[in-house]
Design a protein. Sequence first.
Length: 175
Amino acid sequence: MQPTSLAAPIDSESTELYGITAITHSKGAKAWRVTLFRDGRKVIDKEFPHLTHGGEALALQKAQACRDETMLQYPPRHSREVRQKVRKTNTSGHPGVTRYRMGRYWYWVAQTKRRDGKPIKKSFRIDLYGEQEAKALAIAERERQLAEIDHRVFRSARGEQHYDRLVSNARPSTS
């Protein structure tokens, strides 16, 4: 079977190639490779050679279908889940809650970052609330902050856009 080429070039900013790479082996064989990671581990690394899949266009279609199925099977975690991990350097026992001194006052502080990178931060003075109450208020504030975060963790906007499209197409229509 003769290899076929793509009918039209794919825009590199498009979501069509998210998680898919064009590769050429040392002996010239060409393929599409699907690679996706979740929580730092590879969940798929599969090649779709042009020759064994009926040409470049058919190999790409099969690679895209494999990638889409894998994305739905292994969705990225929600950002709020990732942000609840207690780090080794944490001293309060609660992620995003720290005790610090500014000037002559000590505070318990709840903080996180919004999706756009801007911080959300609220402080509770220990001399006004007392140690336990200030910490409890900071913990409750951190929970409130996390409740506002409902996006999933992606390394790129293209991946997020593609996942959103997959999920919306997978939902049954209510008509």
